[in-house]
Design a protein around this ligand. Structure first.
Ligand code: RB5
Length: 142
């Protein structure tokens, strides 16, 4: 499983941390984010990650910015992306179970790294429920 990781300047530390954590578990990662804390525009890294997920170049994505909102807004402009914002383990489960999020977005400035790992594990370890949720996600693209 190949996971694209994306971040702006607010998410550099968590990007580096989650790459180490996931690679330690056997996932392959691709770094789409900035590697410095110099201010930059999250759009410039979110669009390339979205395109890579849509083309199947990576299986899933994980994105960080300060609140998570800029990343989620940008990623969700792409019809093939369901980017879900999660800030707790329970939401990490639900965003896969109910929404089949193919990109997990987390708010780097509002959660600690232990929570980041728990959310990522929850999202990766949960299956999409399908059924009524499939009908709903089928209605998302414009
Ligand atoms: C950067 O200061 C901040 O605006 C960005 O990381 C993010 O929170 C935007 O939604």
């Amino acid at each position: 499983m190949k996971i694209g990781i994306c971040n702006d300047h607010a998410g550099v530390d968590y990007k580096n941390g989650i790459i180490g954590y996931l690679e330690g578990k056997g996932y392959e990662t691709v770094n789409f984010g900035t590697d410095t804390k110099d201010s930059m525009d999250y759009t410039d890294v979110a669009h390339p990650l979205a395109k890579a997920v849509e083309k199947g170049e990576v299986d899933l994505g994980i994105a960080f910015c300060g609140t998570g909102n800029g990343m989620a807004m940008t990623l969700n402009k792409h019809n093939g992306i369901r980017a879900g914002l999660a800030w707790s383990e329970e939401i990490g489960v639900l965003v896969k179970q109910h929404n089949n999020a193919n990109v997990l977005v987390m708010p780097a400035r509002f959660i600690d790294f232990e929570t980041v790992k728990k959310i990522a594990d929850a999202w990766l370890g949960t299956a999409f429920e399908g059924g009524r949720h499939q009908k709903r996600i089928d209605k998302i693209p414009l």
